[in-house]
Structures are given as structure tokens and as C-alpha cells.
Design a binder for this molecule. Structure first.
Ligand SMILES: *[C@@H]1O[C@H](CO)[C@@H](O)[C@H](O)[C@H]1NC(C)=O
Ligand SMILES: *[C@@H]1O[C@H](CO)[C@@H](O)[C@H](O)[C@H]1NC(C)=O
Ligand SMILES: *[C@@H]1O[C@H](CO)[C@@H](O)[C@H](O)[C@H]1NC(C)=O
Length: 498
């Protein structure tokens, strides 16, 4: 069982199939425990403790006494307790389970070793084992907002300062990738007295409902292989439309794309057809977003899918598209391609912590409907991915999953609110470094050029989502290696005392 409509964010950081770093997570992968790097050998749990923190349910209401247990991890292996200026590094959890593996791996651990930092990771409310409420009813999800999550982090920092007897000399540096990358920047912005600086990786700063640029970047990235690859994807998507027009073509699609339910039965339901096109297009989205990112999940590359898309001996373009689909299904261990709208909605409406969608899909989709939008649409037949999944398709899901209150109007207001609250692409916070990769579609909603001297950026040519966060390996691109050095220099500067 899996969920396919929810959109991609996630660095596979996480430790879990995860996401924060996971995309296939949203459209059909099995959820296994896994780590941030493809080098999985040295990991062990020595020095890493899993602990629980008593947290307020509602930071906006001092009369609400409800508390819950939030999970966090500590690694004090590098911490130089005797140095009263030793820094504290905080990895911010995101829209998936947080796992202990990050406490031993990833670029930030190398920085921690170098600077003698005490390391924490706080799991995000409503994800993993950090469960503030008995279930995931829409009523309870009202407590799932980025602002509540930031307040969780603030109270956590205050408590750890006390527990470890830290002073203002022990500077906190926040780290995060993808949505937690946004949170890292916003944490420094909202709580500058608690967090001295932040490294914000692949973090979208602009909330936007219709994120049509996402697939533009996917197209550009496929174009780095060849123009022919892009043209053939476009032709293949158009051929899908032609096949849908008659019975024999429909049967052929059902068969070629290994659909869970025959498209012949769905032909009169445009929502199902939207789901089908969105599922096929998101095969490419996932491949581009995670292309060679060093995570253990980025297996299929742009080169591999384009090799197929330009290979005439496989047949017409739509047949090649079916081969790509099969490659992705095999990688994700999915037996058939699910696309039927009502089936997905039914799954997404399950409010139990035991349901498959509780691994993050129900929660994250709620956050998109209530705070961010970020819908990866295609609504123009002249575009490579066609016109079958416009923004209305995603808004409809908000209403059908969470109720009538969630609609185009409420989301307009939510987006305006989010951008007003955080400052969108015009932050004026000091001590935040914004890092993005050029082939990662999320860079289009992030800061890739400094607005002024206070907002430094690193834009890495040729890398994918969160690439700089994973465990370094020898064959990393030179520009990625250089970016890691720059980030380290930036941290060293933050930690310099005058
Ligand atoms: C094209 O596809 C055929 C059939 O799958 C395969 O045997 C051949 O190696 C491919 N050619 C290239 C250049 O990849
Ligand atoms: C929700 O998911 C759980 C766990 O998979 C399942 O037992 C339950 O029947 C589901 N509830 C509904 C209403 O489908
Ligand atoms: C990015 O890298 C590509 C190939 O690796 C190169 O062709 C291009 O000029 C580079 N762009 C910049 C801005 O350096």
C-alpha cells in the first residue's frame, strides 16, 4: 500500500526511507529504515541516545495545559565539555520519521567533529514517534504548523541549555534540508537570541500554490542529457492521450504501465486520468530531484532514463515511457501503478497512527493544504508533461481529504500568511547560509542569489536535492566538494569570537 498523489519534498535525509529527504515515499515506496548515505558500514549507536522531551501541545494558548512527549537524539561524542565555548549543533527533523543514523553520518557530523560540537536532533511534531494527539483527525492536525514546530525547537533549546548548563558562549547552529532547511532559516529569524546561525539546505522560502516551475526544472535537467530526450518524453505523453481515445489503446496502457486498475473503467473520470498522468510524470520528478545525490535511494539516474527514452529499438516513445515506469516501479518495489482518485483519497482520510499514510503523507499533505501549497502542476498541452494535472486537481484533494474548509480561498489566504510571516524570498536575517543545487527543482522557491551582504548563498552547479548534506564520497563532483568546504568555512566564521 502506498500513496501516490502527495507531492515531493523530502531529502532522503532521514533516516528512514525517508525523507526528509524522500520522494518516492510519496508515491509508492516501501518504508524501510535506512540512512542518509550510501556508505552504510561504520554506523553504530555508541554515544547516541534516544530521549523524550515534555512539550506543550499549543504554544499559542497558555491556558492549555496539555503536554506530550517529543523524541530527540543526542550525540556527545565530539563535545568538548571543558571548552566553555563549545558549540551546539541542531539537526531539525522534518516531514518523516527522524532516525538515529543522522547522529553518526552526514556532512554535519564532520563539521561537529571538527568544531567539538554537542549534537542534537529533534523530531518534528506529528511525524515518526512524536505524536502530540491520539490520532490524525483534521481537528488534531490544527496543531501541526511550522510555527508550532519552531516553538517546539525554541523550548527544546531553552531546556537543553539548562540541562547541559550551556551559556550564550555555547552557540547553537541549526541544520536542515528540504522543509527542515526552511525551518532552520526561520528558526534563526524568529529566535535569534536562541540560535546563533543556520545552514539551510534546499529549503523553499516562498510558499506558492501553483509550483509549475517544478516541472520546468525537471525538463531542463532532462535537457542536460539531450534535447531529444525531452522531445521524446513530450511525444510519449501525447501518445498516452491518443491511446486513451479508444478501447484497444486503453487496454494497451493498462498492460504496458502495469496499472492496478484497468484504465478502461476510469476513462469517464477525469480525476483518475489526472492521477495517471501525474503518476507517470512524477517518475521523472523523483529521478531528477534525487539524481546522484549520494543518498542510498537515488538509484535510477537521468542518464539511465534518457538512455531509454532515446533508444529506438525499444519501440515508439510511449513504449519507452512504459519501460521507464517499470524501472521506477522495480526500484520502489511497487507491484502495480496506483492512480485511481477515490482509492487514494480513501487511504489519505485514514486518521489512525497505524495507517500507511501516517508515515507522513497525510500530515505533509495537510501542511501543503494549510500553509505552503507547493503543488507540482502541469496545465499546458504545449508543455512536456501536458495539461492533465493543473492546480485544481490538487486543491480538490485538499477539500476531499480534510473537508470543505480547505479550498482555493483558504489556501490563498494561507500562502499570503506564510509569506508575510516569514518574509518569503526577502529575508533579512543574518547568519543564515542558503545552499541549493541547480538540478533540484526546489531551488526555484529558494534563495539562490544573495539579496545583500547578510544573506550569503551557495548555488551548486549540477547537484540534486540536499546533496551537500550527505556523507561525502570520493567521486562527489568537485563543485560539491568545494561547497562543503565553503559551508565549513562559514561555520568556522560563525564560531569565531572577537
Ligand atoms: C536499446 O534497447 C535494447 C533493447 O532493450 C538494448 O538491447 C540495447 O542495448 C539498447 N541500446 C542502447 C544504446 O542502450
Ligand atoms: C486505517 O488503517 C488501519 C491500519 O492499516 C486499518 O486497520 C483501518 O481499518 C483503516 N481505517 C479505515 C477507516 O480504513
Ligand atoms: C555547469 O556545469 C555544466 C556541465 O557540468 C557546464 O556546461 C556549465 O557551463 C556550468 N555552469 C556554470 C554556471 O558554471
Amino acid at each position: 500500500m502506498y500513496v501516490k498523489f502527495a507531492n515531493l519534498l523530502l531529502c532522503y535525509l532521514c533516516f528512514f526511507e525517508p525523507v526528509s529527504c524522500a520522494r518516492s515515499f510519496w508515491r509508492g515506496k516501501k518504508f524501510t529504515q535506512d540512512g542518509p548515505s550510501r556508505v552504510l558500514t561504520s554506523w553504530q549507536s555508541k554515544n547516541v541516545e534516544t530521549l523524550w522531551f515534555g512539550q506543550w501541545l499549543d504554544h499559542n494558548d497558555a491556558t492549555n495545559p496539555t503536554t506530550w512527549k517529543q523524541r530527540y537524539y543526542v550525540n556527545d561524542e565530539f563535545f568538548k565539555r571543558k571548552n566553555n565555548k563549545a558549540p551546539v549543533f541542531l539537526m531539525i527533523g522534518g516531514e518523516e520519521e527522524a532516525t538515529a543514523r543522522w547522529m553518526k553520518e552526514g556532512a554535519w557530523i564532520h563539521y561537529a567533529r571538527e568544531h567539538g560540537a554537542l549534537c542534537f536532533q529533534l523530531e518534528h511534531r506529528f511525524y515518526g514517534k512524536s505524536r502530540p494527539t491520539a490520532d490524525l483527525s483534521t481537528e488534531n492536525l490544527a496543531y501541526l504548523t511550522s510555527e508550532q514546530a519552531l516553538a517546539d525547537l525554541a523550548f527544546f533549546i531553552e531546556a537543553m541549555n539548562e540541562k547541559y548548563q550551556l551559556t550564550s558562549q555555547n552557540r547553537w547552529i541549526a541544520f536542515g534540508g528540504s522543509y527542515p532547511g526552511s525551518l532552520a532559516a526561520w528558526l534563526r529569524e524568529k529566535y535569534p537570541h536562541l540560535v546563533y546561525g543556520a545552514i539551510s539546505s534546499s529549503g523553499p522560502l516562498l510558499a506558492k500554490i501553483d509550483f509549475t516551475e517544478y516541472f520546468d526544472v525537471v525538463v531542463d535537467s532532462l535537457g542536460s542529457y539531450s534535447k531529444q530526450c525531452v522531445e521524446n518524453v513530450h511525444t510519449a505523453m501525447s501518445q498516452m492521450e491518443i491511446l486513451l481515445k479508444h478501447m484497444i489503446g486503453q487496454r494497451s496502457l493498462t498492460d504496458k504501465f502495469r496499472l492496478c486498475d484497468p484504465v478502461e473503467k476510469s476513462i469517464s473520470n477525469p480525476l483518475d486520468i489526472s492521477g495517471l498522468f501525474e503518476a507517470v510524470a512524477s517518475n521523472f520528478a523523483g529521478i531528477v530531484q534525487y539524481n546522484k545525490d549520494n543518498s542510498p535511494h537515488a538509484k535510477i539516474t537521468i542518464d539511465q532514463v534518457c538512455d531509454v527514452m532515446v533508444n529506438q529499438s525499444i519501440g515508439v516513445p510511449v513504449s519507452r515511457l512504459a519501460v521507464v515506469n517499470e524501472m521506477v516501479m522495480k526500484q520502489d518495489e511497487v507491484k502495480c501503478l496506483d492512480y485511481v482518485y477515490d482509492k487514494t483519497i480513501k487511504q489519505m482520510k485514514n486518521t489512525s497512527w497505524e495507517s500507511d499514510v501516517a508515515t507522513g503523507a497525510r500530515q505533509w499533505t495537510y501542511q501543503t493544504c494549510n500553509e505552503f501549497g507547493f503543488y507540482q502542476t502541469s496545465d499546458d498541452s504545449s508543455k512536456v508533461f501536458g495539461d492533465r494535472f493543473p492546480v485544481e486537481f490538487f486543491l480538490r484533494q485538499c477539500t476531499d481529504i480534510y473537508g470543505k474548509k480547505f479550498n482555493a480561498k483558504s489556501l490563498d489566504r494561507a500562502i499570503y500568511r506564510t509569506n508575510t510571516n516569514y518574509g518569503a524570498l526577502d529575508p533579512s536575517t543574518r547568519n543564515v547560509l542558503y545552499v541549493h543545487g541547480s538540478i533540484d527543482p526546489w531551488h526555484r522557491l529558494g534563495l539562490i542569489e544573495s539579496n545583500d551582504i547578510n544573506t550569503p548563498t551557495i548555488f551548486i552547479n549540477g547537484t540534486a536535492h540536499c546533496a551537500n548534506m550527505y556523507e561525502p564520497v570520493d567521486d562527489d563532483f568537485p563543485q560539491l566538494k568545494a561547497a562543503r568546504v565553503k559551508i565549513d568555512d562559514y561555520i568556522a566564521n560563525l564560531l569565531k569570537f572577537e
